[in-house]
Write a protein that binds this ligand. Structure first.
Ligand SMILES: *Cc1c(COP(=O)(O)O)cnc(C)c1O
Length: 594
């Protein structure tokens, strides 16, 4: 397929092509040269560091028969291994529109590769002198990206969004456990008349003042803590102090909750019942009105809200919750009633869109509501980011950021309010022990060269948004039986294959059939998702009505398209990826209809 239009590219756009290897390995030579340079410098560094020590592997050794045989054997196995990897899913091409991954960027790849050679362990300074510097600087860059104050915000890299989310809840639990312990202590000693809900959300100011006023020692508080003591003992104290049953804390999570939250809740001992799902609206966004209702319900039941989770970029639809409205609700509670509730933003997927906020084209594609949501990320207590998704960084690289030191306490009972934190080693605040520095360096070099702003990464993400607009437009024009879900906040969209008047169970079967065909074809890769009525009820009913679909199933089977390759919209290659995909879909739909 020959592209008919000649499209002019700006120098800026052309320059950005230098940041990827390219679908046809166009930048292979340059990449190879840089990798060779890294290796050369690295070998030379090793050679010169203690050069007087002399060799342990002599030239003679290297000529030894068995030595050479072993080497040849390894080389052969290595080559066979690289043959095997040619069977790996090709994720570097714009034909791959399946999951939240694409070709990694060159700064990320090279930063990762260079660091790999030095193998730092970011568990501590002794094993990662430079690695930890990279991490601190890269965290500053990510903090700046989401609008946190550089130097005030804290954080670290994790193996991914799952661990970062668990770490968010770990910190929120630390905070409310302190407040609740003090509350329990006060009530057991008849020093307060406030309710359990009020005391559990008292805020650090009231906490510190009360501790000083009553001269309460750490040790005295410990036995009231669910974490520092025994939860079962602490429960007994709570019930004795407050004179009513205590049914545990709750976590308010939007109905589209990522699976990582189930893991977090289960690991941190909350129990699945603690999950209170907040309803979603017809676009799949958490409803702030239902959030207020759930907070009220928790208050009436005297159950602390350990955390509210808002999502900026859902895994299914790339949807962005109205973070600004959610935060307004929580800020009002704090200001008017002294109720401090932790907001954690799961921006694992969407967080990097903050780099597009000053780009006029992206501003037009992202709705006003979505823009406001991204602009409000910095108001929350903690944020999860996944550089290994829209940061174009190799796996595995996630990050947890917190607003300031007061949100970073995890396990040392005294740390959060006694300001002993300056000397704290990083490993005391990370869930993982040994940690690599590759992700940190990959992020650092990306930020330094590409830049997390409207001139760098922002342009690439703008292209992803443009790709979504262009592809959905082509589908609309050419494929009447493809019905796109009316929820496209970012660069993901989902569709069903359905005809007017059809039953949703039939549409599901047809869509699944199409999906199975696409999976078997080597031409394009897509993913699928299933939305359930009990979570996405309003969205499903809204879309079914739009498509004149008769709902007779509790689920909607959808094909999911994630457009994150920087070259999807390219008009210079022989193959037009977007039109090519539409033509491919048309052919496959015809085949399943038979
Ligand atoms: C990907 C994702 C996660 C989990 O991150 P991993 O890096 O896969 O552990 C959590 N939340 C959201 C919204 C995600 O998209």
């Amino acid at each position: 397929m020959k592209s008919s239009r000649k499209v002019k590219c700006s120098h800026e756009d052309i320059a950005l092509k230098s940041f990827f290897i390219g679908p046809q390995s166009e930048n292979a030579e340059w990449t190879q040269r840089e990798i060779n340079r890294i290796l050369k410098k690295y070998f030379s560094w090793r050679r010169h560091l203690f050069h007087k020590d002399g060799r342990v592997i002599s030239a003679h050794d290297q000529q030894d028969k068995l030595f050479k045989k072993r080497q040849a054997d390894l080389a052969q196995k290595l080559h066979r291994l690289s043959d095997r990897f040619e069977g790996e899913t090709p994720k570097h091409t714009p034909r791959y529109v399946a999951h939240m991954v694409s070709e990694v960027s060159l700064p990320a790849l090279l930063g990762h590769f260079l660091t790999l050679l030095h193998n730092p362990n970011n568990i501590g300074k002794e094993v990662a002198k430079v690695g930890l510097e990279m991490e601190a600087e890269a965290i500053d860059d990510l903090a700046t990206l989401v609008g946190y104050k550089k130097g005030v915000a804290q954080g670290h890299f994790t193996s991914g969004g799952t661990v970062a989310n668990i770490e968010g809840l770990w910190r929120a639990r630390f905070r409310f456990d302190h407040w609740l312990s003090l509350g329990s202590y006060l009530r057991n000693y008849n020093k307060s008349r406030e309710s359990l809900f009020e005391l559990a959300h008292m805020g650090w100011d009231q906490f510190k003042k009360t501790i000083q006023k009553h001269q309460i020692a750490d040790e005295a508080l410990k036995s009231y803590s669910l974490v520092a003591s025994q939860p079962w003992v602490a429960f007994r104290h709570l019930e004795a102090g407050f004179g009513h049953q205590f049914n545990g804390a709750v976590i308010l999570v939007p109905g589209h909750k990522h699976y990582s939250w189930m893991k977090a809740v289960s690991l941190l001992g909350f129990g699945e019942e603690a999950f209170w799902s907040v309803e979603l609206d017809r676009f799949g966004h958490m409803k702030p009105s239902d959030l207020s209702l759930k907070i009220d319900r928790a208050r009436k039941a005297n159950r602390p809200v350990a955390m509210v989770v808002s999502v900026a970029g859902t895994t299914e639809l790339g949807d962005v919750d109205s973070v600004h409205e959610i935060q307004n609700t929580l800020d009002d509670l704090k200001k008017n009633q002294g109720i401090h509730i932790w907001n954690h933003i799961d921006a694992a997927y969407g967080g990097f869109f903050c780099s597009t906020l000053k780009d006029p084209v992206s501003q037009k594609i992202l709705s006003e509501r979505t823009l406001q949501a991204f602009q409000a990320l910095h108001r929350a207590e903690s944020i999860t980011l996944d550089p290994h998704k829209l940061g174009y960084v190799p796996y595995s690289c996630g990050a947890i950021l917190v607003k300031d030191e007061s949100c970073n306490g995890v396990s040392q009972f005294a740390a959060a309010y006694l300001d002993q934190t300056k000397e704290r080693q990083i490993w005391t605040t990370t869930l993982e022990g040994s940690r690599p520095a590759m992700g940190a360096t990959a992020v650092w070099l990306s930020s330094q060269s590409l830049g997390f702003n409207e001139k760098g990464l922002g342009v690439i993400l703008r292209k992803c948004l443009e790709a979504r607009v262009a592809l959905t437009q082509l589908i609309l024009e050419q494929l009447p039986e493809v019905k796109i879900i009316d929820a496209q906040d970012t660069n993901i969209f989902c569709f069903s294959v359905a005809r007017s008047g059809q039953k949703s169970s039939v549409a599901n079967k047809l869509t699944e059939k199409l999906f199975d065909r696409i999976v078997k074809s080597p031409e394009f890769s897509v993913s699928r998702t299933i939305l359930h009525v009990n979570q996405y009820g309003e969205l499903i009913r809204h879309n079914a009505a739009n498509w004149s679909l008769e709902l007779d199933s509790d689920r909607l089977f959808l094909i999911r398209i994630v457009l994150m390759n920087p070259f999807s919209t390219s008009k210079v290659s022989k193959f037009d990826y977007l039109q090519g995909f539409v033509t491919f879909l048309k052919r496959e739909i015809k085949r399943i209809a038979k």
